[in-house]
Design a binder for this molecule. Structure first.
Ligand code: GLA
Length: 377
């Protein structure tokens, strides 16, 4: 027994030392600074730094990814997400830059669904439909933040309790979102939740990427591993049809510049004002790349992996130059692209779509990885 205690102590001392000498340098560290005040309390900015110099800044207001700084093919660092330099921008009206979206990412037709014959009415904040969790979704709340230790160093863990009937949704929902940056330059977001009453849930992140840092995203090349997508009506609610992308502007099976077909004469393109559609992914195991974006002038690449069955590809069609973002940059039409991994829009009202129902006793858990790299071609 004495020998066991002694050897355990020696082991502990050795592992603490090795922690300081090598693992600390290899692993991600998180630096916390103040990000200003919100009506709900003080917000902080957590900057995740990995050993390769990649930096991801996240605020606990809305769980917003405020900056992602990565190198281009010449090693020049640049910020590849849209947003604001200070909290004030995020407190004003903006199109969900970088935020956690919940309780339900995307649209629910007429803001209504029924569970066990009880009809629930949500806010109709997008014409006649419900969008991104309502008037005050998870993007506009202050999350409880904690820095925890993970396999690759420090992890940012955010918690929020969404109360029964908040924005019209049933059930107290305990939500946990974790952001982890590893040494392979992968930003992994893990979403977990539990409810005490059956509810619908569909969490995602709404980062707008621009791998050049400014200008439009039309020359970015995109691949989406999906044979099908979900066409919409004029209010962007899926018709319920699962349609093949072959021979349509929606075919990104092979890497294609986003601008190639964005203005095609096509009813779906017209409804979206460009691309604003959910893809039905061919695979969603978190091991396979579901989407890849490459920007030729900088060589920057993002690969997306997810456990979700769908991804909303949105080309910033509602950006109109009225918002001034980071560094006084004007955010013009189509100057950012979103790849919102998710369940399909309006799933609560579409029995042929994968279910978004979460019942008491069940664990909601999904994850998405954005992997950053450079390529010469
Ligand atoms: C989502 C929607 C778009 C738009 C943006 C926010 O991506 O699908 O139609 O509402 O959010 O502006």
């Amino acid at each position: 027994m004495r020998y066991f205690i002694l050897s355990s102590v020696i082991f502990l001392i050795l592992s603490c030392n090795s922690d300081k000498t090598n693992t600390k340098q290899m692993n991600t560290i998180i630096n916390k600074t103040s990000f200003g005040s919100t009506p709900y309390g003080a917000a902080d900015l957590y900057t995740l730094n990995n050993a390769n110099g990649i930096e991801v800044a996240i605020t606990n207001y809305g769980g917003i990814v405020q900056a992602i700084r990565v190198p281009d093919k010449n090693g020049k660092m640049g910020d590849i997400v849209m947003g604001f330099d200070s909290i004030d921008g995020y407190l004003s009206t903006h199109p969900y830059f970088g935020a956690i979206i919940g309780r339900y990412g995307n649209r629910i037709a007429k803001g209504k669904f029924s569970i066990d014959s009880v009809e629930y009415s949500l806010a109709t904040n997008n014409g006649q439909n419900h969008l991104h969790g309502g008037v005050k979704g998870f993007d506009k709340v202050l999350w409880d933040a904690e820095i925890i230790e993970g396999d690759n160093g420090e992890v940012l863990s955010l918690d929020y309790i969404s109360e029964n009937m908040e924005e019209g949704y049933p059930g107290n929902l305990n939500v946990n979102v974790q952001y982890e940056l590893d040494s392979k330059n992968q930003l992994k977001i893990t979403y977990k939740a539990k409810t005490n009453k059956a509810t619908h849930i569909n969490l995602t992140n709404h980062s707008y990427f621009n791998l050049k840092g400014s200008g439009d995203i039309l020359s970015h090349e995109l691949m989406v591993n999906a044979d099908n997508y979900t066409p919409v009506d004029s209010t962007l609610i899926p018709t319920g049809e699962i349609a093949n992308v072959k021979g349509t502007p929606f075919d990104f099976a092979k890497p294609t510049a986003i601008g190639t077909h964005i203005n095609d004469e096509n009813e779906q393109i017209k409804f979206g004002g460009g691309f604003d559609h959910n893809y039905v992914l061919n695979t969603h195991t978190i091991k396979d790349v579901i989407a890849k974006v490459f920007e030729p002038t900088t060589g920057r690449v993002i690969e997306v992996f997810t456990s979700e069955p769908g991804v909303q590809f949105y080309t910033g069609n509602f950006l109109d130059g009225t918002i001034k973002g980071k560094g006084e940059l004007t955010y013009n039409y189509r100057s950012g692209l979103c790849l919102e991994t998710q369940h399909f829009p309006d799933s609560p009202n579409k029995s042929n779509f994968p279910s978004t129902l979460l019942k008491p006793g069940e664990d909601y858990e999904t994850s998405t990885i954005y992997k950053f790299s450079v390529s010469k071609n």
